[in-house]
Ligand binder design. Structure first.
Ligand SMILES: Cc1cc2nc3c(=O)[nH]c(=O)nc-3n(C[C@H](O)[C@H](O)[C@H](O)COP(=O)(O)O)c2cc1C
Length: 208
């Protein structure tokens, strides 16, 4: 066991919100991080910072249920952008003024997956995804879903909904299988998924 010598930390030029840059894979890439009410929402501030380490500009959108597991303040600190928690007259969900290249739904709840496949756009997250799908169809954006849920929620409805998303051109990221649950993949794997999706987008290729 080591003892703390009570020295202050080594000085750094990095500002409080800044992240050490680790690469340029996501340089000038705008990412909407759409957070729904899976318990894994609590990990999304560090995911946002991992994306920023590759140069991405990240903005978070949260469903009301997501805000039970992560705070808007933490996501604002982690992204350095406002966290959008409701539909407002500024229409952030359409993001016309600064379109997103990537929409990453992580964690993607059973509920939100089902709503999206049914054409429902009743929250800031589902409405943003409706707009994202339109942009995707026009070849302007790429959409990724990272489903997470307890194993008992893995049923035929989920499977069919995920297949439908994939048919539409959405990348459904395979969950990490552990402890009887569909878990969020590790951050490095999610960053890699986003990077590959951007490469496909820029090459004009869909996920299919
Ligand atoms: C503690 C807790 C954890 C939950 N985790 C998940 C989860 O990982 N995945 C999921 O699909 N639903 C989960 N749920 C259920 C969702 O929060 C619920 O279906 C909610 O309506 C989702 O709303 P949203 O899709 O608008 O975010 C959880 C509920 C609770 C109480």
């Amino acid at each position: 066991m080591t003892e703390w010598d009570h020295k202050p930390p080594t000085p750094s030029d990095l500002g409080d919100h800044e992240v050490p840059r680790e690469g340029d894979a996501l340089h000038e890439v705008r990412i909407a991080l759409l957070v729904t009410g899976g318990i894994a929402a609590y990990t999304t501030p560090t995911l946002a910072r991992s994306l920023r380490r590759q140069g991405a500009d990240v903005q978070a959108f949260c469903s009301g249920e997501a805000l039970r597991y992560v705070t808007a303040e933490t996501l604002e600190w982690a992204t350095t952008n406002p966290c959008i928690t409701r539909l407002t007259p500024d229409a952030e969900h359409l993001s016309d003024h600064a379109p997103f290249d990537v929409y990453l739904v992580a964690p993607a709840s059973y509920n939100t997956i089902g709503k999206v496949v049914s054409g429902i756009a009743d929250t800031v997250v589902t409405a943003s995804i409706a707009s994202a799908l339109g942009r995707m169809e026009q070849g302007r954006s790429t959409v990724l879903f990272a489903p997470t849920m307890h194993g008992t929620m893995h049923n035929q409805v989920l499977v069919e909904n995920c297949r439908r998303l994939a048919e539409l051109g959405v990348r459904v990221i395979p969950p990490r299988d552990a402890y009887g649950k569909h878990n969020l993949p590790r951050e490095e794997a999610l960053v890699e998924e986003v990077t590959e999706a951007v490469t496909r987008l820029r090459a004009g290729r869909s996920v299919r």
